[in-house]
Each structure stands twice: as structure tokens, then as C-alpha cells.
Design a protein around this ligand. Structure first.
Ligand SMILES: *[C@@H]1O[C@H](CO)[C@@H](O)[C@H](O)[C@H]1NC(C)=O
Ligand SMILES: *[C@@H]1O[C@H](CO)[C@@H](O)[C@H](O)[C@H]1NC(C)=O
Ligand SMILES: *[C@@H]1O[C@H](CO)[C@@H](O)[C@H](O)[C@H]1NC(C)=O
Ligand SMILES: *[C@@H]1O[C@H](CO)[C@@H](O)[C@H](O)[C@H]1NC(C)=O
Length: 677
């Protein structure tokens, strides 16, 4: 009898064991209580229901065995703590808690998640140290802890993460040395340690990581010789704002030999070196420049705030511009338009409405995860299957990148599109342009041709298209571009003295040159890339990258948009004076109208002003530099270069298109000028 009871008990226990949901349910409820103590956001997580059966728990996905595999709660407004109980969800492969306001420490129990491949805790308010136990998580591929308030040093144990591909620790308060063990990471492609207070030297061994592509150590207090082997990363290696670093063959770095005078007080913890040898113990340089300038990379949130703020203002400005014009257009022409100025994004109801009303063939496409313009049957018109496939994004990926298109990531809204910032799994930052499908070309073939053209564009002076995706549910087509960090050219115009960045003369010349090359590239045809007129060259559509190179944005976009929408964007650029005069009479665009807009931009760059007046033009014609060249330059420019550029600008903006040079001519003229300077 006893035996029977025991067996029964065993049986019962084994059932309990093989039925995961009860225990995992309990764990999930503990997780909820900790992440969302006030039960504001995870209301669907209720006792008595099965988290797996019906996908009833928001953000919880289970595998075939009925175990919790992914928890996806980014950008949900969670303000609690990360519970140790999470460590019990043994089958978890993905934990996405980024873009919340979680505080407290990262529990070491998280390291019990031996199946976990993706750990996203970035952009929260987490404090304390990085648990060294994380080094035991053998399956970890992506570790995103950036934009928190983590302190302490980087655990050397992270060097054991054999599968780790991305380690993002930027914008924390990490101190100490960079562990040399990170050089053991054979799968590491991206290592971002920027904006911390790390000190010591860059370990030689780091260069051993065989497939490392990006190493960012900016804004730390690192010192010593930069390992020469890191040169192979080229632009992927960023090291600015580390006062103590030296090395030869890296631009902007002093040669180590002549650094003794300035930096003798900075010992070299890892490389005893004649020059730096001093009797200072390693720990003595804990506070070199940190205590003086508290290395207060301002709170991460305010950082983001500033970036978003700037972009927001710019976008707002362009939206206002657009507004004014559309208003103008309506007043002038009294055309009832098919697009709503107030908001290009459609609510779900509106989308449904559109579905009912519109018989657009585009809508009949299979969208989202399953959007399949590559369907072989449909693909008769010479589409390169592989190329397009390489540009396809999964909607889930985009949602993850933008925390489900959260307002927090919204950079701006236009009358037909919304623009979000996002973080991809590989750690790179992107901008996602969401275009309401009603604003897209309604002819499916034309639209796909447009996409094809967009994917064929590749030039160092064009913003790079990473991919696209269409969401049936959202009624939108999404274009994913590289994020360009320094805003657009427009915000470098009308700079008030003392506020804002005044571009140096040489920077202005290289920007002008870069824009010319970008347009020149568009105008030419090469391989499968057809000749293309940009149609909307403007200071807003010239983005400025980290190194102040100009990148043209929205190239080829008109190939995707409905005519009416294209028209509205043109009106906006007319407001700024970029529209060539002949457009008014012919209504057509050609290369020479891009040249005209380019000439306007050159005048803007030279004068530093948003508005190019007749006075500016006359001053340029008469070579009266004092009235023509930006006074913010305080005379620091070359007369001969100013004369040449002024001449080019005036020619490009000639009333008659036939008198304007081709972009190729312009580039030739410019290259002469750059060679001589
Ligand atoms: C968990 O997320 C990963 C990565 O996005 C995905 O490949 C996998 O299918 C997801 N698992 C489940 C059960 O949803
Ligand atoms: C982070 O914490 C600080 C103070 O601890 C608080 O002022 C700030 O609002 C928090 N940020 C977020 C996004 O919750
Ligand atoms: C979970 O992690 C803690 C601390 O790392 C450890 O003590 C504990 O044994 C682990 N639990 C399980 C069930 O593996
Ligand atoms: C990075 O370093 C530079 C130069 O020291 C400084 O001007 C800048 O403010 C720093 N940025 C942050 C976010 O700390």
C-alpha cells in the first residue's frame, strides 16, 4: 500500500515535472510582480491561465514543448526590477526588456539561463555591477546592456562567451580596464565600450578577435599605445576623446614617442614601457581626468533627449515647411487632396477603412512576415531575387528595433511618413521610415520597380538603405536606413554666434564636393543602376555623418510614392527656393533641375544662410566676400576658393537650364579646386 502511494506520488511528481506550465506560470507571475509591481502593463499575465496555450500572456512566446522561449517586453513602460525568478525559466532563448525604466541590479541568477542567446537590457536605469556569472551563459550571442547606469569593471569572464557576437556596453559608468580576455571572443563582430570611464591601455590581445568589425572606445580615459593591429578595422575602429591614447598610423592620434611631456603622469598598467615607467601602482590612476572632469557623460536619457531634440526640431521645421506649403497649395489651387496633412499615419480603423475602400493591387500583396514580392511567379520582370532578398526585413525585427514603434523612438512625422530610430540586433542604429501604403504607388509593378531602383543605389554620399519590409497590419511600407548621427545640413545654417556648430571652410568645401559626387552618381547609370534624378535636393535632404561627410537622403523615394505625394514634397522644396524656374512652365524634372538645387545649396553653405536673397547673389557676382561669405567664419577662408565656388553656384542656378553645367562638369571643376587647396 505504501509502495503504491509512493508510486502514485512519484507519478504525480513526474507529471508535475513534465507539465512545465504550472511552475513556469508561477515564475512568470513572480516576474510580473517584480517588473510591473503596480500591475499597469502586464494585465494579461493572470493566474489560472496557461501562458502558452493561447499566447494569452502579452510578450510571452513558448516553444513546442510548451516552455517559455522568448519574453519580449521592450518599451512597455516597465519601471520595476529584474527578478531573480527569471533565472528559473530554463528554456528562455530571448529576453527583451530594453527601452523600459527598470532599475536596480541585474540579478546573477540570470546567468542560469543556459539557453539564452539574446539578452537585451539596454536603455533602462539599471545600476550595480555586471554579474561575472554572465560569463557562463554558453549560448549568449547578443548582450546589450548599453544606456544604463552600470558601474564597476567589465568582468573578465565575458571572455568565455564563445558564441558572443555583439557586446554593447556604451553609455554606462563602467570603470577599470578593458579585459584582454575579450580578445578570445571568436564570434565577436561588434564591441562598443564608448562613453564610460574605462582607463588603462587598449589590450594588444583585443586585436586577436578574428572577426571583429567594429570597436568603439570613444570618450573614455584610456591611455597608452593603440595596438597597431587594430588598423585592420579601418573606420570600424573609433577611439576619439581618449586624451591619453597615442599610436602611429591612426589619424588624430599623437605619435607615442612625443607624448612624454604631456602625459608623463599616466602610467601604463599593461605595458611597462620605458617612457611611462613610474612608481605608481596600477590602481593609482583610478582618478586621472575623471575626478577633474567627472567624466559625467550626462545621463544617458538626457543624451538621447538632446539627439532626439535636435532631430525633432529639424523634423518639426520641415513639417512646418511642408504644412505651410500644402496650405498654400490648397489655397492656391483648391485641390481636395487624397492625403491628410495632419498625420500621415493611419489609425487601425482608418487602415481597415482603406482596405475596404481601396482595391489597390498593392494591398493584395502578402505583407509582413510573409510579404513576398519575391514570389517567383510574380517575378517575371527581371528582378534579381537574391538582391531583393538580401534587403528584406522581418517585421518582428523592425518592431524589436523600434520597441514596437514606440513614441519614444519617434523622430518625426511628416504628412505621409513617420520616422523612427531603432537598434538592430547587430547593434547598429537605423532610421525607419514608415510610409502609409495609401501614399505609395498603387500600381504594384511600378512600386516594386521603385524598390528595385532603391536597392541598386550604393554610394558613399548616399544614405545607405539597409532594407525594407511591408506591414499589412500597419498598412505601411517600411524603409530601413543607416542612422546618420550629425543631423542634416539645414541645422548648420543660420547658426547664431556662440550657439550651434559653425562649419569650417575646409569642411564646407568637402561637403559641397560630397554632395556633388552623390548627385553625380545618381545622374549616371552603372550596372543595374539606372540614371536617376533626385528631384528633391535640399539642405534637409543632406545628412551629415560622424566625419562631417554629406549623405543624400531620400534618393529615389519618388519612385515609390504616389504622384500626389511627390507633388506635395516638391512644393515644400519650392518654398525653400530649390525648385528650378523652368519647372513652373514645364512641370518636368531633369538632371539640370538637380543642378539648380545643388547651386542653391552651395550658396547656402557659402553664406551660412538658409535663405538665399538677391543681395547674396549680387554679392557673389561682384565677389564682395564680406556680403557673401558667412561672417561666422571670421574671415577664415580662401578668396580664390570662394570666388571659384561662387562662380560654380551662380552657373548652376542659371535661369536657363541649358547654361547650367552638368554634374560631371561641376565635379571636374571642384576636383581642380580641391587639388589646389
Ligand atoms: C524566439 O525568438 C527568436 C529570435 O527572434 C526566434 O527565432 C524564435 O523563433 C522565437 N521562439 C519562439 C518560440 O517564438
Ligand atoms: C532613472 O533614475 C533617476 C533617478 O534614480 C530618475 O530621475 C530618472 O527619471 C529615471 N529614468 C527613467 C527613464 O526612469
Ligand atoms: C541559479 O544561480 C544561482 C546563482 O548563480 C545558483 O546559486 C543556483 O544554484 C542556480 N540555480 C539553478 C537551479 O541552477
Ligand atoms: C566626449 O568627449 C569630448 C571631448 O573630451 C567632450 O567634449 C564631449 O562632451 C564628451 N561627450 C560626452 C557625451 O561625454
Amino acid at each position: 500500500m505504501r509502495l503504491l502511494l509512493l508510486c502514485f506520488l512519484c507519478f504525480f511528481i513526474s507529471i508535475r515535472m513534465s507539465l512545465p506550465s504550472p511552475t513556469e506560470l508561477e515564475l512568470l507571475l513572480q516576474v510580473k510582480a517584480s517588473l510591473d509591481p503596480e500591475n499597469r502593463y502586464l494585465t494579461s499575465w493572470t493566474p489560472g491561465s496557461d501562458p502558452c496555450s493561447t499566447r494569452s500572456f502579452e510578450g510571452v512566446a513558448c516553444n513546442e514543448e510548451g516552455r517559455v522561449a522568448n519574453i519580449t517586453l521592450q518599451g512597455k513602460g516597465l519601471s520595476g526590477r529584474i527578478p531573480a525568478a527569471l533565472g528559473g525559466l530554463k528554456s528562455l532563448t530571448g529576453l527583451y526588456l530594453h527601452f523600459n525604466a527598470l532599475n536596480g541590479e541585474i540579478p546573477k541568477e540570470i546567468a542560469n539561463l543556459s539557453q539564452l542567446s539574446d539578452l537585451y537590457l539596454n536603455v533602462n536605469n539599471l545600476t550595480g555591477k555586471i554579474p561575472p556569472q554572465i560569463g557562463n551563459m554558453a549560448n549568449l550571442q547578443v548582450l546589450q546592456l548599453c544606456y544604463n547606469k552600470l558601474s564597476g569593471s567589465i568582468p573578465t569572464q565575458l571572455g568565455s562567451l564563445k558564441k558572443l557576437g555583439v557586446l554593447a556596453l556604451q553609455y554606462n559608468r563602467l570603470t577599470g580596464a578593458i579585459p584582454a580576455s575579450l580578445g578570445d571572443l571568436e564570434m565577436l563582430t561588434r564591441l562598443d565600450l564608448s562613453f564610460n570611464t574605462l582607463f588603462g591601455s587598449v589590450p594588444e590581445k583585443l586585436a586577436n578577435a578574428p572577426i571583429l568589425k567594429v570597436l568603439d572606445i570613444r570618450n573614455n580615459t584610456l591611455s597608452g599605445n593603440v595596438p597597431p593591429a587594430l588598423k585592420r578595422l579601418n573606420a570600424g575602429f573609433q577611439y576619439e576623446n581618449n586624451l591619453g591614447l597615442c599610436g602611429s598610423g591612426f589619424s588624430n592620434l599623437r605619435d607615442c614617442a612625443d607624448s612624454s611631456k604631456v602625459f608623463t603622469d599616466r602610467p601604463e598598467p599593461f605595458k611597462p614601457n620605458g617612457l611611462y615607467k613610474k612608481d605608481i601602482p596600477e590602481s593609482a590612476n583610478l582618478h586621472p581626468s575623471c575626478s577633474k572632469t567627472p567624466c559625467s557623460s550626462p545621463s544617458n536619457k538626457s543624451q538621447i533627449g538632446v539627439i532626439f531634440g535636435i532631430i525633432g526640431v529639424v523634423v518639426a521645421f520641415s513639417v512646418i515647411g511642408l504644412f505651410t506649403f500644402v496650405w498654400y497649395r490648397r489655397r492656391k489651387q483648391k485641390i481636395g487632396s487624397a492625403f491628410d496633412v495632419s498625420d500621415g499615419r493611419l489609425s487601425t480603423d482608418q487602415v481597415k477603412e482603406v482596405y475596404r475602400r481601396s482595391a489597390s493591387p498593392l494591398i493584395s500583396l502578402e505583407y509582413s512576415n510573409g510579404w513576398d514580392p519575391l514570389d517567383k511567379g510574380r517575378n517575371g520582370n527581371g528582378f534579381s531575387q537574391e538582391v531583393l532578398e538580401s534587403f528584406m526585413f522581418n517585421l518582428e525585427e523592425v518592431e524589436r528595433a523600434t520597441q514596437c514603434f514606440s513614441e519614444v523612438n519617434l523622430l518625426g512625422k511628416g504628412n505621409f511618413s513617420a520616422i523612427y530610430k531603432g537598434f538592430l540586433r547587430d547593434g547598429s542604429v537605423v532610421v525607419i521610415k514608415c510610409i502609409a501604403k495609401t501614399s505609395c504607388k498603387s500600381d504594384e509593378a511600378e512600386f516594386l520597380d521603385g524598390l528595385k531602383i532603391l536597392t541598386s543605389l550604393k554610394h558613399e554620399n548616399l544614405v545607405r538603405l539597409r532594407g525594407f519590409c511591408c506591414s499589412k497590419g500597419r498598412g505601411e511600407c517600411l524603409l530601413i536606413y543607416d542612422f546618420v548621427p550629425n543631423g542634416n545640413l539645414f541645422q548648420y545654417l543660420d547658426v547664431q554666434q556662440g550657439s550651434g556648430i559653425v562649419l569650417e571652410w575646409s569642411t564646407r568645401i568637402s561637403i559641397i564636393n560630397g554632395i556633388a559626387r552623390g548627385i553625380g552618381y545618381l545622374h549616371g547609370s552603372k550596372g543595374n543602376k539606372p540614371a536617376l534624378v533626385h528631384q528633391n535636393i535640399s539642405a534637409e535632404n543632406v545628412l551629415i555623418d560622424r566625419k562631417y561627410n554629406p549623405l543624400l537622403s531620400n534618393s529615389g523615394l519618388h519612385k515609390l510614392l504616389a504622384d500626389d505625394i511627390v507633388f506635395s514634397t516638391l512644393k515644400a522644396s519650392a518654398a525653400m527656393g530649390y525648385l528650378a524656374p523652368e519647372y513652373t512652365t514645364t512641370g518636368r524634372f531633369n538632371e539640370k533641375s538637380d543642378v539648380y538645387a545643388f547651386g542653391m545649396i552651395v550658396l547656402q553653405i557659402l553664406s551660412g544662410k538658409r535663405e538665399v536673397t538677391q543681395f547674396t547673389r549680387q554679392a557673389a557676382e561682384a565677389s564682395r566676400y564680406e556680403d557673401f561669405i558667412d561672417t561666422n567664419l571670421e574671415g577664415k577662408f580662401s578668396d580664390s576658393e570662394a570666388a571659384k565656388l561662387g562662380e560654380i553656384a551662380l552657373l548652376c542656378t542659371h535661369e536657363s537650364p541649358n547654361h547650367r553645367p552638368s554634374m560631371e562638369n561641376v565635379m571636374q571643376e571642384l576636383s581642380g579646386l580641391i587639388g589646389s587647396s
